[in-house]
Design a protein around this ligand. Structure first.
Ligand code: NAD
Length: 352
């Protein structure tokens, strides 16, 4: 199969490409703008493979996308390119509107034009797989409910609103033009190669530097945590076995409060890399003003993908977080290089 991956230099996209190159015979073309969040070093394990190619392209560039589709002739598109950090969307929503909404629109248009040129057999097999988030469903605060594939959309942040918009566009291109699309909405990912602005890598790296570990509000926000390599497996399963027009929720069955997550990381670091003064890393925890509009709880009902496609996560939070901390301890050079000077783990998203 020829797989066109957008955003393949990012956290999840790079895991998807590593998974495909290592476990299948498929050919992958990675198109990525290489924003601050895109790092080709995340692909160094596979970038010499002859089945892998990279092109630096902005998904808003209609002409460049048209050329790519004409040359590569993908069998499937896996669309992960996005602005992805909620705090940044609060400070500067414009890039989120541009990439997540306008970029998805241009990708859909180019994909549709290309798809219409295919013969009937290829047309049926073609897939446009859009990767989205559980944040489109809004806040589950005060309930024990879980997000299902039919939960109504109620996004809270500029990020989740832009992802919700793109999901609607993708569905419309299926219903109106017949483009064979599939959508997945997943919970919070964690694991290797995660840019250090997100909670888990930020906490690991700040702790190792003896810096404070900022907890928003009281740290009682609940997220479901999904190990990125489990997610990559799920995405490949969906694009190869999923039903056209369907949505699949992907979750890790790991609901945790943020404060629990941070304390778990501190405990693992106390064991693997104790501080010289023998104090627990927990002493570095600092409570800071909460994020504006912060959702309290997200939780995924992942029964559909389990029942229909036989996918289940392999990692528990305990095994996945240990692997993640160990990976960061062994890859500090990657962390140093991806923080190119424009970002020093400072607090973002307080301007509202
Ligand atoms: P990321 O920020 O790590 O990577 C995004 C990638 O997209 C980067 O490589 C970046 O260079 C690229 N990109 C950004 N704008 C682009 C543009 N205009 N044209 C081409 N490339 C562009 O994000 P991620 O965490 O890997 O997330 C991937 C997808 O999964 C996103 O669509 C995100 O909304 C979704 N998602 C992520 C999570 C999570 O926990 N990380 C959870 C749910 C859904």
């Amino acid at each position: 199969m020829k797989v066109l991956v957008t955003g393949g230099a990012g956290f999840i996209g790079s895991a998807v490409i590593r998974h495909i190159i290592k476990n299948t015979q498929d050919e992958v073309l990675n198109i990525d703008k290489l924003t601050y969040a895109g790092n080709l070093e995340s692909l160094k394990e596979i970038d010499q493979n002859l089945r892998y190619t990279f092109k630096q392209i902005d998904i808003c560039d209609h002409e460049a996308l048209t050329l790519i589709f004409d040359e590569f002739k993908p069998d499937v598109v896996m669309h992960l390119a996005a602005e992805s950090h909620v705090d940044r969307s609060i400070d500067g929503p414009a890039a989120f509107i541009q990439t997540n909404i306008v970029g998805t629109y241009s990708l859909l248009e180019v994909a549709k034009t290309y798809w219409l040129t295919l013969d009937e057999n290829q047309k049926i097999k073609f897939r446009f797989h859009h990767v989205s988030t559980d944040e489109v469903y809004g806040d589950l605060d005060g309930t024990t409910d879980l997000f299902t594939e039919s939960t109504s959309y109620a996004p809270s942040s500029p990020y989740s609103a832009s992802k919700a918009s793109s999901d609607h566009l993708v569905r419309a291109w299926h219903r109106t033009y017949g483009l064979p699309v599939i959508i997945t909405n997943c919970s919070n990912n964690y694991g290797p190669y995660h840019f250090p602005e997100k909670l888990i890598p930020l906490v690991i790296l700040n702790a190792l530097d003896g810096k404070s570990l900022p907890i928003y509000g009281e740290g009682n926000q609940i997220r479901d945590w999904l190990f990125v390599e489990d997610h990559a497996r799920a995405l490949y399963k969906v694009v190869t076995e999923g039903i056209v027009g369907e949505t699949y929720n992907i979750g890790g069955h790991n609901e945790k409060q943020n404060i629990e997550v941070v304390k778990t990381i501190c405990n693992i670091l106390d064991e693997l890399k104790p501080q010289s003064k023998q104090q627990s890393y927990e002493t570095l925890i600092t409570f800071v003003k909460d994020r504006p509009g912060h959702d309290l709880r997200y939780a995924i009902d992942a029964r559909k993908i389990a029942q229909d496609l036989g996918w289940k996560p392999e990692e528990t939070f305990e095994t996945g977080i240990r692997k993640t901390v160990e990976w960061y301890l062994n890859n500090l050079e990657w962390c140093r290089r991806v923080q190119d000077g424009s970002y020093q783990r400072e607090r973002l998203g307080v301007s509202a």
